[in-house]
Design a protein around this ligand. Sequence first.
Ligand SMILES: Nc1nc2c(ncn2[C@@H]2O[C@H](COP(=O)(O)OP(=O)(O)OP(=O)(O)O)[C@@H](O)[C@H]2O)c(=O)[nH]1
Length: 190
Amino acid sequence: MSKLNGLVLAGGRSTRMGQDKSQLVYHRKPQREHLTELLRPYCSVVFWSVNAMQANELMDSDQLRIVDAFAIPTPLNGILSAFQYDAEAAWFVVACDMPLLTVQSLDALVKGRNPAKKATVFYDSDGHLPEPLLGIYEPAFGPILHQAIADGVYSPRQLLQQNDVQLLTPPDIRELTNINDPAARAKLGL
Ligand SMILES: Nc1nc2c(ncn2[C@@H]2O[C@H](COP(=O)(O)OP(=O)(O)OP(=O)(O)O)[C@@H](O)[C@H]2O)c(=O)[nH]1
């Protein structure tokens, strides 16, 4: 089994939230720091996947980061940057906008990991589609991702549906709740 690196997806534009989602505080510290702590027990190292502006702000910090080098900001580009950094590793990817996530879901992914497949992910709240932004991506996914982006495919869900991936039932579907704007945040009381 390949070594597992952590990747907190923290880039993008946060247009709908109006402020950097990765720095919102739900658990006493910025979400990107909180997720780093959640991932650390499972991973050799944990990186933040950030855009160039965030990287500038992090200039003097020790935090390991991988900076996006793509014109179009999409989560898939964040994951591809990680494979370009280390193609031999598997990447445990966690999006920064799932504030209800706990070790329960991370444990389930690690226990259910199938390294013979391209990735291990949960079914999303629809019960039949894969949830792409929380999961373990095996090294074999790197070339597939590279080709997809070269072909202009930016839908991570579509990519997972087209490939041989291990799909798991999440232990608690609420942990996958995606918060993208202030209204959704207020609704959850966070
Ligand atoms: N590294 C990296 N992460 C990204 C990129 N785009 C989105 N993400 C991350 O992927 C997850 C889902 O992001 P989205 O909600 O789809 O996009 P967003 O740009 O953050 O937000 P909107 O501008 O409101 O669409 C979040 O954890 C983002 O931080 C990107 O280009 N690079």
